[in-house]
Write a protein that binds this ligand. Structure first.
Ligand SMILES: [Zn+2]
Ligand SMILES: [Zn+2]
Length: 316
């Protein structure tokens, strides 16, 4: 503890939070922050303060220097040592909901969004969506809308452009075309051959990944603008682009290639190791990791550069 810090007042047995933590707990501004050193947190923990204990365990994953200052946000889940690297504390789902109510639920992440673990997570979210959300329940069985053209992903691995398919579950792709434009598109000269088959080697990396995601999720149809609208027909463009809101709204799932600035980037990405590697705060239930970056951000910011799709007007 730094020499200038006054001693911590004793904790009342009725409130297992120390003087400093209770002051912050009652703060009106949730963004108010508190600067404490690790030595003080250890003393608070030894006095029986549960918040200090949790914070002490969390910061101990990264530093054991008692004079190391740590900046906490009003709730105990976000902290930084130097205002450059931020960390978040999270608890796994399924535990006692009354325990640590201010700690957000989080999931451990795998290093690649292409991994099997990520697929299992996506399937879990879809299951939760279709079984617990009032607006989404039964969406698959009651599908009544189908875009005029759609790509069919056959069991044999072929991608075929189809028209007038009876309504069934389909996905949409949201993506940036990029300055080079889409490398593959449906034109009045290619539509007939695409109705026979679109060779997968002609698909861009982003389209190939989107098809792969659909196949892994057992979704047999996907709508992609450049392939489902005839790009050199003004008439078709006017007709189909007017229906875009409906097309996206009726999709079972929209795959957003947020990190790709064009078709070469694909839909999968690798994560920063600081978000993947977790420190243990409470064995088996509470962990700490580098804070996940926030989506979006103003043009020119690091966040905006990371997710070019989110800067596009139609996504905002
Ligand atoms: Zn405390
Ligand atoms: Zn839902």
């Amino acid at each position: 503890m730094a020499a200038t810090d006054p001693p911590i007042p004793a904790i009342k047995p009725t409130d297992p939070v120390c003087f400093y933590c209770s002051r912050q707990k009652n703060a009106i501004d949730p963004w108010e922050f508190q600067i404490l050193d690790i030595g003080r947190l250890r003393s608070g923990a030894e006095l029986g303060c549960q918040t200090c204990d949790l914070r002490y365990r969390a910061v101990s994953c990264y530093s054991s220097d008692p004079d190391q200052r740590v900046i906490f946000q009003a709730d105990p889940k976000r902290l930084t040592f130097d205002r450059r690297r931020f960390f978040e504390i999270f608890k796994l789902p399924g535990g006692d909901p009354c325990a640590l109510p201010t700690i957000q639920i989080g999931y451990p992440l795998s290093s690649s969004t292409a991994s099997e673990e990520t697929l299992v997570r996506i399937k879990g979210w879809l299951h939760e969506c279709t079984t617990t959300h009032d607006a989404c329940r039964g969406a698959e069985s009651s599908q009544s809308y189908m875009p005029k053209r759609i790509l069919h992903l056959s069991h044999e691995g072929r991608v075929v452009l189809m028209e007038s398919v009876k309504p069934q579950t389909y996905a949409c792709l949201s993506h940036c075309w990029g300055p080079s434009q889409s490398p593959i598109k449906t034109l009045s000269t290619t539509i007939d051959s695409f109705k026979n088959e679109i060779p997968s080697q002609k698909l861009s990396a982003t389209f190939r990944d989107a098809v792969d995601i659909c196949r892994r999720l057992d979704i047999r149809y996907i709508w992609i603008d450049s392939l489902c609208i005839i790009q050199d027909s003004d008439e078709d463009w006017a007709e189909e682009s007017a229906k875009m809101a409906e097309i996206y709204a009726n999709a079972f799932l929209t795959i957003a290639a947020t990190k790709s600035k064009d078709g070469t980037g694909g839909c999968y990405s690798n994560r920063d190791v600081s978000h993947v590697n977790c420190g243990t705060v409470i064995e088996g239930s509470v962990f700490i990791r580098g804070q996940m970056p926030r989506f979006g951000g103003p043009a020119g910011s690091k966040a905006a550069e990371s997710w070019p799709l989110l800067l596009r007007g139609w996504v905002k």
